[in-house]
Design a protein around this ligand. Structure first.
Ligand SMILES: Nc1ncnc2c1ncn2[C@@H]1O[C@H](COP(=O)(O)OP(=O)(O)O)[C@@H](O)[C@H]1O
Ligand SMILES: [Mg+2]
Length: 365
């Protein structure tokens, strides 16, 4: 897929930013704090509805009372416009081709992105929640039923947790708890199944990318860790585990097992990379994972996602950088933020360059 044009209104410091005739490779340049990262984030948000900010309100430009991001997207030969708009006290409003889309699950996946950003290092260093979030965002972009199951699971889980914590050690309504568990099993099994399938693909693509980028010097692997034994009948195994843990859950006042406890482990030379990898090695793992994300989306929907790269090359040595660029070169569309746009132009001579200043477009070349 390709984004043909992008119009951003009051998103963070971007007052009115209109980027037209977008190219395969688009360089976003400008001084510090001009709005380069915000430009990429607007594309990321338009596509995934996931945020790097805590509340939608944080993304509304100071002094404004709404933000909107709109793009013309070409995918598998057809064109569409997508729009997301937020005003205070409301949820986001979504549109496709000018028509309101009521459900997020009918919107996510219409534009697909892989985002390479500075904070991605948290994928390796951060908590399991970061890795589950990455998996959820990834799979949801290519699998609507996964997203629906995840939404259902999350909603029931929060009801169940409320019931458990409200009971605070006393006996909660067991019949209601069992109803919640039934629902969690159905939706949860779908989530685990989706993650298992994605993990099979991701581990292979990850291994391939990692061997190339690390020039075969390191052995890394990726392992999906389900919070219960999911080798056989997932739903039955989940139900069994929930039954066994029921007394403990009541005693602790919180739900203890399920896909909200899963993890994805990065191993380097057999050890957990969170503790035993250098900064550069961790960056390499993250790049490899992102490239695997790309392949997974490309393979699953037979269409290439758009790549967003926010100044992420400087921590790689020259050889690793060259290896990453080899992967990127054939990809149909990317947005590259770089303080030093000269080297990007050398690598991608056909790139268009958009210079941002004070949240607005200064010039386009
Ligand atoms: N809601 C907002 N309204 C106005 N400005 C904002 C808002 N949120 C963030 N900013 C500002 O946007 C500026 C540009 O951010 P960013 O895009 O990250 O810069 P850079 O070009 O260095 O990547 C920052 O100075 C930040 O303070
Ligand atoms: Mg930035």
């Amino acid at each position: 897929m390709r984004i043909g044009s992008l119009f951003v209104h009051n998103f963070k410091n971007l007052g009115e930013l209109n980027l037209t005739q977008l190219s395969g490779v688009n360089i976003i340049t400008g001084r510090n704090a001009s709005g380069k990262t915000n430009t990429l984030q607007s594309i990321y948000f338009l596509s995934t509805l996931s945020t790097q900010f805590k509340t939608y309100q944080q993304a509304v430009r100071f002094g404004a009372d709404f933000f909107s991001v709109k793009a013309a997207v070409e995918s598998s030969g057809s064109e569409k416009t997508l729009e997301v708009r937020y005003g205070p006290g409301r949820d986001v409003k979504l549109k496709q081709n000018g028509n309101v889309v009521a459900k997020k699950s009918d919107y996510i996946g219409e534009s697909r992105v892989v985002n390479f950003a500075f904070e991605d290092i948290d994928l390796v260093r951060g908590s399991p929640g970061e890795r589950r979030r990455a998996l959820n965002i990834l799979i949801s972009q290519v699998n609507r039923s996964y997203l629906k199951s995840l939404q259902k699971y999350t909603a029931v889980l929060s009801q169940k947790n409320k019931l458990l914590s409200d009971a605070a050690g006393k006996k909660p309504d067991i019949a209601l708890l069992e109803t919640f568990n039934e629902q969690l099993c159905g939706a949860g099994a779908e989530v685990v199944q989706g993650r298992k399938e994605a993990a099979v693909f991701l581990t292979g693509a990850f291994d391939l990318a990692h061997r190339k980028i690390s020039l075969g010097l390191e052995k890394a692997s990726l392992e999906y860790k389900c919070s219960f034994d999911s080798a056989g009948d997932i739903k039955a195994a989940f139900m069994e585990k929930l039954k066994n843990l029921l007394p403990a859950e009541i005693a602790r006042g919180v739900s203890l097992v399920g896909p909200h406890k899963d993890d994805l482990i990065f191993l380097i030379n057999g050890r957990d990379a969170k503790y035993y990898a250098s900064d550069g090695q961790q960056r390499t793992l993250v790049f490899s994972f992102k490239l695997a994300e790309y392949r997974y989306m490309q393979e699953t929907v037979k269409d290439d996602p758009v790549i967003l790269l926010d100044d992420v090359f400087y921590e790689l040595d020259a050889e690793r950088k060259a290896a990453v660029l080899e992967f990127l070169r054939p990809m149909p569309q990317m947005f590259i933020v770089s303080l030093d746009d000269e080297w990007v132009k050398k690598v991608f001579p056909d790139a268009r360059s958009f210079r941002i200043s004070g949240g607005a477009l200064q010039n386009a070349i």
